[in-house]
Design a binder for this molecule. Sequence first.
Ligand SMILES: Cc1ncc(COP(=O)(O)O)c(C=O)c1O
Length: 470
Amino acid sequence: MMGDAPKVRPDPDATLAARDGAHLWHPYTQMLTRPAPIPIVRGEGVYLYTEDGRRLVDGTSSWWVNIHGHSHPVLNAALAAQAQQLEHVIFANCTHEPGVELAERLLEVLPSGLSRVFYSDNGSTAVEVALKMASQFWSNQGRERRTFITLHHAYHGDTVGAMSASEASLFTRPFTAMMFDVARAHPPYCYRCPVGLERSTCRVECLGDRGRPAGVPDGQWQQTLAIQLERHAGDVAAVLVEPMLQGAGGMIVWPADFLAGVRRLCDEHGVLMIADEVLTGFGRTGRMFACEHATVTPDIICLSKAVTGGYMPLGVTVATERIYEAFLSGDRSRTFFHGHSFTGNPLACALGIASLGLLRDSNAIAKVRQIERWLASGLAPLASHSSVGDIRVLGGVGIVELVSDKATRAAGGYLDDVGPRLTQAFLDRSLLIRPLGNVVYAMPPYVITEDETAWMTAQMRDAIVQVVGT
Ligand SMILES: Cc1ncc(COP(=O)(O)O)c(C=O)c1O
């Protein structure tokens, strides 16, 4: 009822955090017990500046989106110029220069074979679009297929389809009643190998197409990708994966052979492969796209986050001509009925073009490979730490998996209170990093220097020793 809520009377003398506390509700945040939010007033390069004059290193690229650093002059200029020209227009029956040019530029750098660009708003919608495209691809041909195969430890976003595709977890549990079923297969989580092998000697048996290694229980084996494809033969619309790096589900780094195997099995079984490169796209893994690690072209790729250099929300789903053609028909019911008010927003597209230019001009992919070396050497001393189970580095991402027992590899998971304790310890050292429970990682903007990376990894080592002991 109107009038029940207290009237808002902003206190001009209150801090940003106090005003925030009065009215806001933050994502992935338990509002009852959270510490006060960090009030950020400015960003520049890898640094964020707080209302009370502190300077923090943005150790996770502001939720994995920022690549060129904050407030980059080239991106600022591109945004300002586009705002003078056209800020937004409906994209159903209109088009515009930034929308077209971004598609052209993306197709120049994407794995060859991808040819049709569909815009949406963010990573979750890029995935929703891919799922709906794959489903309708089959139904438009009179071949209804109901099953999606996705991987354990997957995270694809927070809309209902993306949640359904993600691992059933703490994140999705309250919404189970809203979600649809998917079939799940093992990823190559080598530190916790699903078929009990060692990476140094295995032949990626976890794909399930090479014969069952001795001692693997039936229940485990049944969840390999090859077996799931056989079990659901004829009904699989697509296999959806985060290639090379499964992000929010635990920062799991893959051997490239697994990715090649996913493509091979999809081809053998005649099903579509969807690559969710929302996190991995635009250089993060040391290649422009993670699919390049195994030289595969998915049937559909999902992009977001760094596509605009981390400035504005934009989702991009790119399909092959084969997918696109299944929607061409004199029968208008075969249209792809999906769209958002802000589809193809010109400001976001202009930033996408400028960001691709910067990636090229700054030789960013080579820079990420340098960062990979710096992260690896900075984190290596932690290997002998009694609570460090695994250290993984891929491109611009350095990961430390903490365990409570090194022998059994037991760990506390996302709710492990080591996460918030480490967040605070990092903050005390002017480093903004938000661990995924017991999985601690750094993923800085690509403009970070060697000295800054050495400083950051030293803070990580220090904080880990302070919080979990030696
Ligand atoms: C691989 C992957 N897919 C999808 C998403 C969802 O993107 P968004 O948060 O923009 O909806 C994320 C977000 O972290 C992601 O890492």
